[in-house]
Write a protein that binds this ligand. Structure first.
Ligand code: PLP
Ligand code: COI
Length: 361
């Protein structure tokens, strides 16, 4: 499959430097978008074509566009960071590109070649480089590649046309409180994904399925939902937009990839980074019972969540129907913060990238 060349049609009305800098001073998460976007089309029999870098603008969509009815949609999330010398790099875009292909297969969509995915992200970041926040804080430029079906019709089948788009949004902390421990609700009434379902794919439907449980968590006074396995409601899987890690002294354990949770790129990076820092790191099975018991007997010292948007966020307290406990002393733990610091140092170019994870622009 050939990679189409990206045709450039720059915006004639980008935001002024002053407007952009005002946004970068307090970007929030997913509230502001840069001046451009990349679009690439796919048509049956023709493949990928018409790759363009165009001004950021609304799409015109037919009311009978298949995505609006049957949700054939997938997305990714990755970040571009400013280094101390002013240069910019993304973090493991090849891993996002491969996961995008995995999601595409599950949703019966065409697979975008890895090099096209990376070229599209690169083109957007190059063009809108001024939108990458300065080095020194935790801000970055969040990239959101996604793909939708683009055929008009109400028949239930894979579409014969698709649209791939990359947009970018300057990002501050995902949780408004910064590195504040979050409180989590163990969801027993709702499940996110079932064996044989699409939990391992990054598709909008998984997030739609999570919203009611979020509302339940909020009612219980919690910030986030922890998803349990669908069959026994017993085994910890992940959170709404993050994977989980359990710290047992100098061993860290993350739930194994059973097919119903997302294979996080941060999760995968931390398995390696933890080993680099001298910890044991493994994938395993953690029950809610063991979580409570091991916290109470002091062997489970810290729990944290990790993901591109949220980086690493400590879990401070846990609640379920009939149980409630504080995690450790409720404050960010030592291992959590050590891993967080090392990961951010590699991403922002202040620690050596021995694994070749950063991608220069
Ligand atoms: N799990 C879910 C459901 C997510 O949405 C995300 C975010 O992308 C993650 C885990 C973490 O994945 P990653 O580290 O690749 O961002
Ligand atoms: C990410 O971390 O990239 C996510 O996708 C999490 C959330 C914003 C959906």
């Amino acid at each position: 499959m050939t990679t189409p060349t990206i045709e450039l049609k720059p915006s004639s009305h980008p935001l002024s430097d002053a407007e952009r800098e005002a946004i970068l001073a307090n970007p929030g998460f997913g509230r502001h978008f840069t001046d451009h976007m990349v679009t690439i089309r796919w048509t049956e029999g023709r493949g990928w074509h018409d790759a363009q870098l165009v001004p950021y603008a609304p799409l015109s969509i037919d009311p009978a566009n298949m995505t609006l009815h049957y949700a054939q949609e997938i997305f990714e999330g990755l970040k571009a960071y400013r280094r101390p010398d002013g240069s910019v790099a993304t973090f493991r875009p090849d891993a996002n590109a491969k996961r995008f292909q995995t999601s595409a297969r599950r949703l019966a969509m065409p697979e975008l070649p890895v090099e096209t995915f990376i070229a599209a992200c690169d083109a957007l970041v190059q063009q809108d480089k001024a939108w990458v926040p300065p080095h020194g804080g935790e801000e970055s430029l969040y990239l959101r590649p996604f793909m939708i079906a683009n055929e008009v019709g109400l028949g239930v089948r894979p579409a014969n046309e698709y649209l791939f788009i990359v947009i970018a949004s300057p990002a501050g902390a995902y949780f408004p409180g910064g590195v504040q421990p979050v409180s989590v609700w163990l969801s027993e009434n709702y499940v996110r994904a079932v064996p044989g379902g699409m939990g391992f794919a990054k598709t909008g439907g998984n997030y739609a399925a999570s919203l009611l449980a979020f509302a339940e968590a909020a009612e219980k006074g919690c910030d986030q939902v922890v998803w349990l396995d669908a069959l026994e409601h017993k085994w910890v899987e992940e959170m709404g937009g993050m994977n989980l890690y359990f710290v047992y002294g100098d061993k860290i354990v993350t739930p194994a990839l059973t097919g119903s949770l997302l294979a996080g790129i941060t999760r995968d990076s931390l398995l390696q980074l933890a080993r680099d820092l001298g910890y044991e790191a493994e994938e395993g099975r953690i029950s809610t019972e063991a979580w409570k018991r091991d916290t109470e007997n002091g062997t489970l010292t810290e729990v944290f969540a990790c993901g591109t948007a949220a980086v690493i966020t400590p879990v401070g307290s846990v609640k379920s129907e009939g149980a409630e406990w504080v995690q450790g002393d409720g404050k960010p733990g030592k291992v959590t913060m050590e891993l967080r610091k090392r990961l951010l140092a590699i991403q922002t170019g202040t620690a050596e990238d021995v694994h070749g994870w950063t991608h220069d622009l």
